[in-house]
Design a protein around this ligand. Structure first.
Ligand SMILES: [Zn+2]
Length: 310
């Protein structure tokens, strides 16, 4: 394989319609199912879809990829991928690469997903207010300082940017303190976290069925942290958890997707040591300098921006 590798990778999260079996009345929006299908139609006119084993061979054995190759990837192991995506891919005889967290029976939701539910319920201002009320004076100071810093990256110019600002503060600076707080708010405003998590994430049974139907799985850590916000020891533990989980799903070597697209320089060697040959970021690029930093285009953003593929 000659680098840069040329490959179009599309990244998806929620694929659902309001009040369908995936959305379950949560109010969490996603890429509508019909828009997803329309996007597959136009992608198929311009690209040759490949499967994870094609890319695995390309990076391991220098096998060339077809020209205009395109790989479909799906993050977070959410039920949308069984309920809506799998049946569509199977009907079209396509394969997806699904990045799933190592979860145990009875685990709750990772903080990022608790935030999605709470944003849908309380709105941005409501959630910020509810969190602020519970913070100690010291944490309020930390919160304010972090907000000021992230405003450079996420200015208050659009709703999306404002949401990303709050998410960055909660998922980075305050990640340790905020988890209990989010848990309390979730029970108060949404419901039983464990009960909801059980339906929200793919079950092992669904994953095995998807495997049997030609889908592939990759690692996405255990607790979904920003990799540049944790130490090397924790990063190693998160990556190890993914390979241990994947052992029971499909033969390696595997692919990995960095949670939130967070990058560190030591990640490629840690991944290589634990059975991963490729890793995906959230950087929108079509040429990739290294197999451990393969960029992806956000399918939902492409639709919103009226991209040629939409
Ligand atoms: Zn994720």
């Amino acid at each position: 394989m000659n680098y840069p590798l040329e490959l179009t990778v599309i990244m998806y999260h929620y694929v659902r319609d309001l009040r369908d079996d995936a959305e379950q009345g949560s109010g969490i929006r996603g890429l509508p199912v019909r828009a997803f299908e329309a996007q597959l139609d136009s992608l198929s006119r311009q690209h040759t879809f490949i499967r994870w084993p094609d890319l695995q061979m390309a990076v391991r054995e220098n096998r060339p990829l077809p020209s205009s190759a395109c790989l479909l990837t799906f993050d977070d192991g959410i039920c949308d991928h069984y309920i809506n995506v799998y049946r569509i891919l199977r009907r079209r005889k396509l394969s997806g690469l699904f990045f799933v967290m190592d979860r145990s029976e009875g685990d709750g939701l990772v903080p990022a997903h608790k935030i999605h539910f709470l944003l849908a319920k309380l709105g941005l201002a409501g959630l910020r207010e509810a969190i602020w009320e519970k913070l100690s004076p010291a944490l309020r100071q930390q919160f304010t300082q972090a907000e000021q810093r992230y405003r450079l990256k996420y200015p208050l110019t659009s709703m999306d940017s404002r949401i990303n600002l709050l998410k960055a503060v909660l998922q980075r600076e305050l990640s340790a303190e905020v988890n209990t707080l989010l848990r309390d708010l979730f029970e108060m405003h949404v419901g039983s976290e464990k009960e909801i998590a059980r339906r929200y994430y793919l079950s092992l049974e669904q994953i095995h069925e998807m495997r049997a139907g030609g889908m592939h799985f990759g690692g996405h850590s255990r607790s979904h942290p920003w990799f540049d916000w944790i130490d090397a020891e924790t990063r190693t533990a998160e990556i190890k958890a993914s390979s241990a989980w994947l052992e029971q799903i499909e033969p390696g070597p595997w692919a990995f997707a960095y949670p939130y697209g967070g990058l560190t320089e030591d990640s490629p060697s840690l991944l290589e040591r634990h059975g991963f040959v490729a890793a995906f970021t959230t950087q929108a690029q079509l040429r990739h300098p290294k197999p451990y930093f393969i960029g992806r285009l956000d399918g939902e953003e492409m639709v919103q921006n009226g991209h040629a593929y939409a």
